[in-house]
Write a protein that binds this ligand. Structure first.
Ligand code: WQD
Length: 339
């Protein structure tokens, strides 16, 4: 059975392609290479011995999306990662985000609703919860107004999919990720941020390699265990495995509703300082960091209630924060050794 993975050369997409191939799915990757490298295909092949079919398509091109689904008419499911995802950039360039993240989703759904049945997995984010009142965050936690155009595109995307499943043969699962980190244990694929990393962990590992002078810790005056923000850092391989389980659930028609939602996290919150200490432990070196002012838009704390994913999907994370940091560090060292 062919599975289409949009954004399949990206960070979470590439790790999901590996896990799909491990379960003997035939994978067709769509990527426009705007935030990924075609060499990721070779990394995937070195892990699984199997290079996925690759189509370089920009999903904003409606005609190209239509031709793709005419060419591949034996698709058992679509996992949709392709989207712009930098919170800060989305504030500066909202229309880029609304066009890229919404138009591409609409064009894919328009193709899928022509089919007798379709299975669709959507890459969503805990961002939709904003600053939730109660921790841990469950799927029933109220959605707050988006804190950025990026977060809004995830909320709008979820609403579009909800509406379409009501009037079509599309079955969908929305996966709300917490903070994906780490790299494949083979060190063949990992996170490849372009330019200065916005996210914490790649900034830490680049600082550890001396690429960045120091990490700026955005505030230590939050009402948390040590004053720094708390997040739920989930190993990207654990996250990838959840996508295969969710897809199989739809293929096997085990879904309870045409639309299901799952939070994907470890269920444990870690502060920025705890992440730094985990890095120092696995790398054996001190990290240079300064405490600076808070970053606009940061929520104090966000970590998942994982009961639903654990009981309904039968999925739970297995990697610890230290294991995830160790894999991120090993990956950073390998990437830098090649440059
Ligand atoms: C984590 C913590 C920062 C960088 C974002 C998106 C979310 C998802 C993951 C796509 C915060 C602190 C960070 C730094 C720091 N992306 N930090 N210094 O903001 O929780 O989530 O990325 O799906 O949708 O919103 O992740 O890694 O940017 O920040 O102190 O240089 O680390 O303040 O507390 P975030 P992050």
């Amino acid at each position: 059975m062919k599975i289409v993975v949009t954004g399949g050369l990206g960070f979470i997409g590439s790790h999901t392609v590996v896990e799909l191939q491990n379960e003997n799915f035939e994978v067709v990757v769509i990527d426009n290479l705007s935030n990924s490298s075609v060499e990721v295909l070779d990394g995937i092949e070195r892990i699984t011995g199997n290079k996925p079919i690759f189509e370089q398509i920009d999903l904003r091109d409606k005609a190209a999306v239509h031709s793709f689904f005419k060419k591949y008419d034996d698709v058992a499911g679509v996992i949709h990662f392709a989207a712009s995802k930098a919170v800060g950039e989305s504030v500066k360039e909202p229309l880029l985000y609304y066009e890229n993240n919404i138009a591409s989703l609409v064009y894919i759904l328009q193709e899928l609703q022509q089919k007798p049945e379709a299975n669709f997995i959507f890459s969503s984010s805990c961002t939709v919860y904003g600053q939730a009142e109660v921790m841990p965050i469950a799927e029933t936690t109220p959605i707050q107004p988006a804190m950025s155009p990026y977060g809004n595109t995830k909320q709008i995307g979820e609403e579009i999919i909800t509406d379409v499943t009501k009037v079509s043969n599309i079955n969908a699962i929305l996966l709300r990720y917490f903070n994906p980190i780490g790299a494949h244990p083979s060190v063949e694929i990992g996170e490849l941020p372009i330019g200065v990393p916005q996210n914490l962990v790649p900034f830490i590992t680049q600082t550890g390699m001396g690429l960045r002078k120091a990490l700026s810790v955005y505030g230590n005056d939050y009402p948390t265990v040590d004053g720094t923000c708390v997040r739920d850092y989930i190993h990207v391989v654990d996250l990838a495995k959840a996508h295969v389980i969710a897809l199989q659930r739809l293929i096997d028609k085990k879904n309870a509703d045409k639309l299901e939602i799952f939070n994907l996290g470890t269920g444990t919150g870690s502060s920025v300082l705890e992440v730094i200490h985990a890095f120092e432990k696995v790398s054996g070196q001190k990290l240079v960091y300064n405490i600076v002012e808070r970053r606009e838009g940061d929520v104090t704390s966000a970590y998942a209630n994982t009961d639903k994913a654990n009981t309904v999907l039968g999925w739970k994370t297995v990697s610890t924060l230290e294991e995830a940091m160790d894999s991120a560090w090993k990956w950073e060292q390998k990437v830098r050794s090649k440059n």
